[in-house]
Design a protein around this ligand. Sequence first.
Ligand code: NAP
Length: 317
Amino acid sequence: MPKSDIHVLSAIKLSPFYEPLVREQFIFHDRLHETDPKAFAAIAPQIRGIAGSGESKVSGELIAQCPNLEIISVFGVGYDGVDVAAARAKGVMVTHTPNVLNDDVADLAIGLMLSAARQLPQADRYVREGRWAEIGPMPLARKVSGAKLGIVGMGRIGQAIAQRALAFNMSVAYTTRSPKSVPFTHVPNVVDLARQSDYLIVITPGGAATRHLINAEVLAALGPEGILVNVARGSVVDEAALIDALERKVIAGAGLDVFQNEPHVPEALRAVPHVVLAPHIGSATSQTRKAMGDLAFANLQAHFEGRPVITPVPECQ
Ligand code: NAP
């Protein structure tokens, strides 16, 4: 297809699976609002699309600066960085990339649960550093198969996690604001869910509605044998309360893919030994990132060709 004369701005450094597609099809302005605000002010009235990611911020202010903006296409399922209310108020469509990443995020959640329970990174270091030969066997770990799993959020990814947990003979319960038609026990209150769970996996959206949903009270309810896994957003867990709970052994351990102030992870969290840390890699496989790039681009393309977008966010449906 010939290159169009439509101007698209990126809100963040885009994935190599997304950016080349946008560059090839549209007139692309790579984070111009950040790198050269003066040049951006001159071009802003021509911007008709914004390309972002799950981590990018598209504020009401940026939306207001682009009077002819029509669409914000997010490469990622979470869009808590986008001011959707401001977009909707101006008739701007917001799209995201649901479903294509369910498997990867669910795989990572289970991987972090197994890693935190069976101390896999610590075991690797134990062998590499010669402690096995020097000291003898490692301290015993905690069993996963057959244990009680609580899932906070039972949407597309939560259900993929639950499906995997069944293969480990785990009993699954979950909390959400409204019960879902799934064959698992709905527990209305997150504290009650934590109290009855050995492992608690968090997979809700981020944003104001879930901010610090996992707080000191939830961690106390999870208890000294409990393990927390967060693959949702850093904002969902009160990080200071989590560090305190880990340091005082209020919970046994954690597996974390997301943090409050990425890519900065507090030194105190890096210092606690019974935590497994990952640099926000939930969907980070080549296969899934390609599928996400294709879908994010297809949404832009559909819109500018006058077809309905493929995956609008719920607020824009
Ligand atoms: P989804 O299908 O929209 O599911 C979200 C679930 O969270 C729903 O079951 C929803 O149920 C529940 N929920 C929302 N607010 C809640 C609250 N206040 N308390 C309890 N439950 C609540 O979304 P998804 O596709 O599964 O994705 C979930 C999130 O995962 C994304 O928004 C993103 O933040 C995160 N994510 C992370 C990575 C990563 O790399 N680590 C990758 C992809 C996605 P109710 O509405 O009934 O409450």
